[in-house]
Unconditional design. Structure first.
Length: 233
């Protein structure tokens, strides 16, 4: 299987120029599915910290590049929405956040904000032993004893070191959300109304903000806290 990806066919979320060259690196197996951006692209094309794959691999071998609190050694490791990147030697920290058009961008944050990450619950299931497993948008799982307070589409904040849940933001009217896909990707506001569509159609949400608000399907919004909007730089 090839390790290369044609630029013209990369997901819209990838922060690469599609007409500058034919190929780019292909993301490896891991979180975020096909939307995950290879770490090499972030290091070379977005941040400009390295000029080549060889330099990127050398940097990762120093164990000073962390993703969600864990050292990463694979240049093809997928990076995606709400991941926390820490460059310990530089003392620089970034949160991956959806920008206008759904393209992933990096928001500079402080060390305290980099100690945890946001996750949207996409599935809740019971596992062996009676505990419950919360599956997040990036494919990671959190096991809890009591999941009665959590529902799909809620968001949680997970401590990068302990992996414990440190905050919970329910999906409900009045919640602060950001659109992560569709024509309003990157827009932020409060849910004014959740419109339930009968049958198998997608529910929609009306979001209010200072620009007049917008309407989108609920799969495209994620509940956030004001600390996750980029205002904590």
């Amino acid at each position: 299987m090839t390790r290369h990806q044609k630029r013209l066919s990369v997901p819209k979320s990838w922060p690469v120029e599609r007409k500058e060259g034919t190929f780019t690196v292909k993301a490896g197996a891991g979180p975020h599915g096909e939307a995950g951006v290879p770490l090499l692209i972030v290091l070379r094309d977005v941040l400009g910290y390295v000029d080549s794959k060889k330099e990127a691999q050398y940097a990762l071998n120093q164990q000073s590049v962390l993703v969600n609190g864990d050292a990463v050694s694979d240049v093809r490791r997928p990076i995606g929405m709400f991941d926390i990147l820490a460059f310990t030697e530089r003392e620089e920290y970034y949160r991956v956040f959806p920008d206008e058009g759904g393209r992933l961008s990096l928001t500079l944050i402080d060390a305290d904000s980099a100690s945890s990450r946001l996750g949207k619950i996409v599935r809740k299931s019971q596992v062996t032993g009676g505990n419950f497993q919360l599956t997040l948008h990036d494919g990671s799982n959190i096991v809890v004893e009591d999941a009665s307070e959590y529902t799909n589409k809620d968001s949680i904040v997970v401590d990068n070191e302990s992996k414990d849940i440190v905050a919970h933001f329910p999906y409900e009217e009045g919640a602060l959300v950001t659109a992560v896909a569709g024509s309003h990707a990157g827009d932020i506001g409060e849910i004014d109304e959740i419109i339930v569509t009968p049958g198998s159609g997608n529910n929609s949400v009306i979001v209010d903000n200072e620009d007049g608000g917008f309407e989108t399907i609920e799969q495209y919004v994620v509940v956030i806290d004001e600390n996750f909007t980029g205002d904590d730089e």
